[in-house]
Write a protein that binds this ligand. Sequence first.
Ligand SMILES: [Zn+2]
Length: 343
Amino acid sequence: MKAVRIHEHGGLEALRYEEIPEPICNDEKVKVQIKSASLNHLDIWIREGFPGMPLPLPLIMGSDGAGIISEVGKNVNDWKVGNEVVIQPNTFCGECDYCKNGKENYCKNYGIIGETENGVQSEFVVLNPINIYPKAKHLSFVDASSMQLVYLTSYQMLITRANLQPNETVLIYGATSGIGSAGIQIAKHLGTKVISTVGSDNKIEYAKQMGSDFVVNHSSENWSKQVKEIVGKKGVNVIFEHPGTATWENSMRLLAKGGRVVTCGATTGPIVKLDLRHLFMKQQTIIGSTMCDMKSFKQVMKHIENGDYKPFVDKVYPMSEIAEAHKRIEDREQIGKVVVSVE
Ligand SMILES: [Zn+2]
């Protein structure tokens, strides 16, 4: 079968579209014929490698996918050949105290499909039953494969961790990024007032379509002033952080009394300044968040099934053109999700 793998970390040249043996399904697992797989910024980081954090190589790429079950292990009861499924990308032991208490993403054996073990950018993948979930019937394979990772990340941030409320205001950086677009839709569905940022004016319309009430261009010098004009002295209740160094000081300046900054990334740098006096006087909270627990995952899937959260696919490439797909994300040309389909 064909698969997208890396044998070493590096630039676009590290991506190989190559022939490898089809995985064998054992009694406890299911085999899925992948129809479509989507890319996340995570794919770029994994390709480049994390300093001090070795990944198993060679590695099949991809954490998000959708397909059809082609084989079911003898001891698996809940699934049938022909079922249409999406990938649930969290992996965890299921037995530790964290897992037993519904905090699977705190598990010491926590991992992500496509990062700590082989991913789904291949014609077939063998998985534990916990790593598949029924595909929403109204969605195509392309649309269905594009939603899990971004929605579960943003949902965990805004709903599970920051406890966002309908009568609040949220600031979301990067409206055209996957987690940004998902974050806007999650907040909007809740009824929250949404301010989002974009890097160029041609992305403003898209940010509004996703559900932003206000959009500011963060490449203009006075963008934070524009946000202040929208929210007034009260400030922003919840800030959806992922840029890190470049936005942090403005985030803290814009944050309301009792406000929460929730962060899942550091794309412009991980080291930030903090004035503790403002933090305690304004009784603010800084929250870290990564991936999601299974309860949040199921809630996300219910919202997708109900049509509350919609797909936002930018472009679909054949899987053989994986390097082009990575390049589109690296060059920040994408507006929404980049997907590869299996021919
Ligand atoms: Zn565990």
